[in-house]
Design a protein around this ligand. Structure first.
Ligand SMILES: [Zn+2]
Length: 241
């Protein structure tokens, strides 16, 4: 293999061992996502596809020090279950699976771990227990949604009036549709997009998606580099005396 693997699952156990023991691997990204309805025009895998794309782009940019753990594809999507085809984990199950995955990468030797989120419904369950996770694991464990690095100034890229950062990611709206047009256009159904009531996705272009992705990846690379350099450290909540 010439290029270095960017996902854990691509490596053999020997390759992983050598990179970890040699001190090459410095941080791990765990992407978390959802498989859920995205209006009539976007494939249901959108959140998983997008957060995986962002994660792999970061790992590529920061290779060989960053590796991506396999994503949790399904998230907390109870609020979308009226649309058949949506898959969901109950919040307790989701948190239990995430806890086990974090435990596994710590066992592998990582102390810098970024849980990178691609689905709005996962935010509340994660925020509610994050302090407890950090206290339990005692490592530099961070949580961020990939769109959190966008700011009001980035809103000039949008035409539909979707406000940044308040309306992000916006369910299957202009932002998410632009991302898909840029990275996996086969997931966007043009005819269905024109048929449905919601017109905001029609403003999306692949060029917007390219630009958003570029900005997101650059900023998250900075975020992760700060973690690796010890400049961004999770504050471990104290135990009661
Ligand atoms: Zn989405």
């Amino acid at each position: 293999m010439s290029a270095k693997a960017i996902r854990i699952g691509q490596m053999t156990r020997r390759e992983f061992r050598e990179r970890m023991q040699g001190g090459e691997l410095k941080a791990c990204i765990i992407p978390i996502a959802a498989i859920e309805q995205h209006l009539e025009h976007l494939a249901m895998e959108h959140d998983w596809r997008s957060v995986t794309t962002v994660s792999e782009r970061i790992a590529n940019s920061l290779t060989p020090s960053v590796i991506v753990a396999e994503a949790i594809m399904v998230g907390v999507s109870e609020h979308h279950m009226t649309h058949a085809g949506t898959l969901t984990l109950r919040p307790g199950t989701f948190i239990a699976v995430l806890n086990d995955l974090i435990r596994s990468v710590i066992h592998a030797g990582f102390t810098n771990i970024l849980v990178l989120n691609g689905h709005g419904g996962n935010i509340q369950p994660c925020e509610a227990i994050w302090d407890q996770f950090v206290r339990e694991f005692q490592v530099n464990l961070q949580f961020i949604s990939y769109w959190d690095v966008l700011t009001e100034e980035d809103a000039t890229l949008l035409k539909s009036g979707q406000r940044l950062p308040d309306d992000l990611p916006g369910h299957a709206q202009e932002f998410e549709t632009a991302f898909a047009l840029s990275q996996f256009p086969e997931n966007v159904r043009d005819e269905a997009m024109r048929d449905q009531q919601d017109a905001s996705p029609l403003e999306a272009t692949a060029a917007q998606g390219d630009e958003f992705l570029e900005r997101i990846v650059n900023r998250l690379c900075g975020y992760l580099q700060e973690m690796i350099d010890g400049e961004r450290v999770a504050e471990i909540p104290p135990f009661h005396p």
